[in-house]
Ligand binder design. Sequence first.
Ligand code: 5GP
Length: 210
Amino acid sequence: MASNSLKRRGLMFVLSSPSGAGKTTIAHRLLEDDLEIAMSISVTTRPIRPGETDGLDYRFTDRAGFEAMIEAGEFLEWAEVFGHLYGTPKAQIRAGLKEGQDFLFDIDWQGTQQLYQRMETDVVRVFLLPPSIEALEARLRSRGTDSEEVIRDRMARSRAEISHWDGYDYVVVNDDMDACFEQVHGILRAERLRRARQTGLVDFTRDLMR
Ligand code: 5GP
């Protein structure tokens, strides 16, 4: 449901966390419960995983294809993560924001920094933290899809990711999935009401004062 009837510009809602802190669950719930936000679908060179769909989870491509997109200036941001390239294509996002469409971004801190540098006023940065490092490791292991070596890499990467907590506008500790979801959704709803995003306010208030 729209928060009000005024025309507004969409926002870029960045949800980052070390992997295993519940980001994917929270992201899915947001997309299910809130009709005004859609996933920003990244392009990646990483191999497709079981259960993933091309064009839905990512657009999967090879390195040459990705590099051609960099050359053509088609990315809002891109980064290399675990030896694979990941990037946010520009065109769809720009058009959507103008129409009041919000986008959810599941990107790492490097991508978040680049997005913020380029689109500062449109970007809302939210970081999720796990309640403990043990809980994080347990969640990583419970997926059961990755080898011991990959898990070790991901734990090292998670610690590095946590060190970027101060580059975000909001930080939520995820020790209860429902509470965390409510907090994240609350941030989104409040951010939509920022004066600068409500492009319909000029006409609306002019009418009120007439
Ligand atoms: P995964 O391969 O597990 O889906 O994602 C690995 C990492 O890449 C995650 O930390 C995720 O946030 C990050 N990532 C996914 N898409 C993008 C993107 O478009 N840009 C950037 N910078 N990072 C991304």
